[in-house]
Design a protein around this ligand. Structure first.
Ligand SMILES: Nc1nc2c(ncn2[C@@H]2O[C@H](COP(=O)(O)OP(=O)(O)OP(=O)(O)O)[C@@H](O)[C@H]2O)c(=O)[nH]1
Ligand SMILES: [Mg+2]
Length: 209
């Protein structure tokens, strides 16, 4: 029988917390399909995950940057399909050592995780494409990893301003093959959630390469 027909369609509402890891060797076995959420501290990664899974309590969010300090894994209704909330980068208030430590573990995860199917790069629509964001885009391009950009907190701008910002982001990214989706997003207003879910389901459904 065609295995695609036997696969359950992915339901994001069924997401559950699995484990937290501070290092690559604490992560779950590298099987199945994962999509990770990366971005600056306070950009809105955990909030985006909560909007996508329609579960406000799934990933912890905070007004204070640096809330997510571990790599958090969330299961979906399909065995071995997972969403991953990564610690934010660029948080200035932690010590240099701690910062290096995180970045190293993040680097290990991104470089070595074979089941990673795509990266969701979350950026505040009012401060898009920071230096670190650009590094992530370059990294995805270099590693041929599909990239989805969520320009979030769109509710903080008037619609016209948000549109202009999207056009500017699109212009800056037009030469990157890795950018598969650029979505105007708001966790608060639930904008872009359906488009994001659709794109995530396609990545998680794709056969292993
Ligand atoms: N208005 C508005 N606020 C948002 C939105 N998304 C997130 N926020 C707020 O932004 C702050 C940071 O959100 P988080 O989701 O915790 O950010 P994060 O990227 O996970 O941060 P770290 O875990 O520190 O890396 C919180 O106060 C959220 O309520 C949004 O779409 N609209
Ligand atoms: Mg977070």
């Amino acid at each position: 029988m065609d295995s695609d027909l036997t696969q359950k369609s992915i339901s994001f509402n069924s997401a559950r917390f699995l484990i937290s890891a501070s290092r690559l060797d604490e992560c779950l076995p590298d099987h199945g399909a994962e999509v990770a959420f990366a971005g600056r501290s306070n950009a809105g990664k955990s909030s985006a995950l909560n909007a996508i899974t329609a579960n406000g309590k799934l990933a912890r969010t905070s007004k204070t940057p640096g809330r997510t300090r571990l790599i958090n894994f969330f299961s979906l209704n399909r065995e071995n399909a997972r969403l991953v909330d990564l610690p934010g980068y660029g948080y200035a208030k932690v010590s240099r050592d701690m910062k290096d430590d995180w970045q190293q573990h993040l680097g290990h995860y991104l470089n070595d995780r074979r089941c990673l199917r795509g990266l969701v790069l979350v950026m505040d629509i009012r401060h898009p494409l920071t230096e670190f964001d650009q590094m992530m885009v370059e990294w995805c391009e270099h590693n041929q990893l599909p990239l989805m950009i969520l320009a979030t907190k769109a509710d903080k701008l008037k619609f016209g301003q948000a549109k202009t910002s999207m056009l500017e982001i699109a212009k800056k990214l037009k030469d990157y093959q890795c950018v598969e989706h650029l979505i105007m997003f708001s966790s608060t207003a639930k904008r872009g959630v359906d488009d994001c879910r659709q794109a995530l389901a396609n990545w998680l459904d794709a056969p292993e390469n």
